[in-house]
Write a protein of this length. Sequence first.
Length: 268
Amino acid sequence: MSRIAATFEKLARERRCALILFVTAGDPSPKSTVGVMHALAKNGADVIELGVPFSDPMADGPVIQRSSERALKNGVTLRGVLSMVSEFRKGGGETPVVLMGYANPIERMGLATFVKDAQAAGVDGVLIVDYPPEESGEWLAALKGGSIDPIFLLSPTSSDARIDLVARVAKGYIYYVSLKGVTGAANIDTRDVEAMMARIRKHTKVPVGVGFGIRDGATAQRVARVADAVVVGTRIVQELADAKDPVAKAGEVAAEFRSAMDKQGVHA
């Protein structure tokens, strides 16, 4: 069982919703990233999504785009991101880590090399925005039999056929993009989320995380009532960009969301 699956299984027994927090590797500085990861884990993150900086992050809104630009200016590469994960593990970090990014850096490294090195570093899952399930045969083959979960996206416009396809290949969790558009878009309607959760769960028992548009504890609390996980990205990336002490700020924001979600009570 993967570290992600074990985490969700434990949370299901406790009838608690997972908190998944996204930060861009190398932003606001490469030196701060591992400390930020530890702060997130210590203050309630059940999974850490670590963004791999890329020059054309097409699914991301302006806040995360700018964080990627800053990280690239800081000289952060995919190999550097793997080193950060390795350092996090060596420092005692046990929280599952998912790399989130785009195909180009992985293609440049080579699928086989990436999978081998990512496993060695302690990566638990990978979500590649431009590896749709229809075109992921080679990617899934490279991951087969290893310890890394392939994670895929669904959206409000996903058909039942697309949901079924993702359900057949996804492991770890499915990331439901709750809004049409890019990260950091407008606030979400939890009634729409609840309806989509029911559709997705007809096809799979893989946990479903909901992201995009979750900026505060109140929204996270509402989503936590219907989803298996709440994913927060833009809010925390913006907070870190403005912080004098990114590590302290990461812990503060993680605790805010964890506290709000725990107040909503256990899952039904």
